[in-house]
Design a protein around this ligand. Structure first.
Ligand SMILES: C[S@@+](CC[C@H](N)C(=O)[O-])C[C@H]1O[C@@H](n2cnc3c(N)ncnc32)[C@H](O)[C@@H]1O
Length: 370
């Protein structure tokens, strides 16, 4: 127990999460229905929660085994020594998922897991104490019983407290930056809105772990010693390059968006690390000859009308033609993007932006072909 971890990744971001894990020294296995296995204990779960940028959640494995009927699932769960880590008064919340399995009724799976757990703990539980979040996932008849160590999804970094127009999830913004090959250096977001992409870029450039300013479910679990949590947090804080000022700019035509972005930047503890300014994307330019442009322009579905988008994307293409030293990454659900932009992307990937199926187009700088 607590020797294996499953990291959850949103659809389309599995490879980038795996790359992050590899860079952190973990040897990730293949992603199965969005779950990536790595070997790791309690301390690793704490570190991955605080440091991963593109993952959505981190689970510690409690038990796994074959379960193509409810008796097998009951026996699997009943055999877990819950008494070793669950307080007698723990409130236990069980959720479930199933893919291509004989057991697919989620509420029945939840019920059986809960019953086996209560039986193991000697009958009914008081449930008046701390809440423990369990998840039972059954993929192709293989059951995983997981302890959710994250709580609120990892995209909730804690800095974006004010609501802008159609903001992108922080984990998706980080995945876009990493997919475009951004590791620090010059970054421009010409449609920055509430500042998510430039703020995530500033975290990458300054080696700031994204989870330093938020709470996690594991802080409530007795099996996660507070000393371990404190040590991991302190070592991540010590790694931050505080005196480094990256060349990151966020522009938006709406001055209120720039104000909001600045407030979020300060909340993220990165005040002064990004230059936000009101500017129309028609005027996009840079004093640098190389770097990255990563952006989430209006789509038409949530913002902008399709006629306006044609000229907006056309203008972006013209501006980019003068900035070919830059790698450009654009996420949009606008179906005619490449046509109106005027270029074919070097790479494309299907990503979901708040449930909206979108495409992430990457145009490599000429000497950055991958
Ligand atoms: C989808 S939102 C960006 C959301 C952002 N990624 C975030 O997380 O908050 C698109 C933004 O483009 C801005 N915008 C629209 N037309 C623009 C233009 N011509 N030039 C610059 N910004 C523009 C809007 O004001 C809006 O904030």
């Amino acid at each position: 127990m607590f020797e294996k971890i499953y990291v959850a990744a949103a659809s389309g971001t599995e490879s980038v999460v795996k790359k992050e894990l590899t860079r952190m020294g973990y040897g990730p296995g293949g992603a199965d229905y969005g779950l990536i296995p790595v070997t790791g204990g309690i301390e690793d779960a704490v570190k991955l929660n605080m440091a991963l940028r593109s993952a959505t959640r981190v689970y510690s494995l409690i038990a796994e085994g074959y379960a193509d009927n409810f008796d097998a699932l009951y026996e699997l769960v009943r055999a877990v020594p819950f008494e070793d880590f669950l307080p007698r008064d723990a409130a236990v919340n069980v959720d479930a998922a199933s893919h291509r399995s004989a057991l697919f009724a989620l509420s029945a799976i939840q019920r059986v897991v809960k019953r086996a757990l209560c039986d193991r703990m000697g009958g009914t539980m008081a449930e008046s104490g701390k809440t423990y979040y369990l998840r039972c996932v059954i993929n192709e008849n293989r059951a995983l019983l997981l302890l959710d160590t994250t709580g609120e999804s990892l995209h909730k970094r804690g800095y974006r407290t004010y609501v802008g127009d159609a903001p992108i999830r922080e984990t998706l913004a980080a995945a876009m930056l990493l997919l475009a090959g951004y590791r620090g250096g010059v970054l421009i977001d010409p449609f920055c809105g509430s500042g998510t992409i430039p703020i995530e870029a500033a975290m990458i450039a300054t080696d700031t772990a994204p989870g330093l300013n938020r709470a996690f479910a594991f802080e409530n679990y007795d099996v996660f010693p507070s000393e371990t949590i404190k040590n991991v947090r302190e070592s991540l804080i010590a790694a931050v390059k505080t005196d480094f000022k990256p060349e990151i700019c966020g522009y938006d035509v709406n001055p209120k968006a720039c104000e909001l972005a600045n407030r979020h930047l300060i909340k993220a503890g990165l005040g002064g690390k990004v230059h936000f300014q009101r500017r129309d994307a028609k005027e996009l330019s840079s004093r640098f000859s190389a770097g990255h442009i990563v952006t989430n322009p209006p789509y038409g579905i949530r913002l902008g009308k399709s006629g306006e988008l044609k000229s907006l994307y056309g203008n972006l293409g013209e501006r980019y033609a003068d900035m070919r030293g830059f790698t450009l990454g654009v996420i949009t659900a606008y179906p005619f993007f490449e046509k109106d932009f005027g270029m074919r992307a070097d790479r494309k990937r299907k990503l979901y932006n708040s449930e909206i199926e979108s495409v992430y187009y990457i145009f490599n700088a000429p000497n950055k072909a991958r």
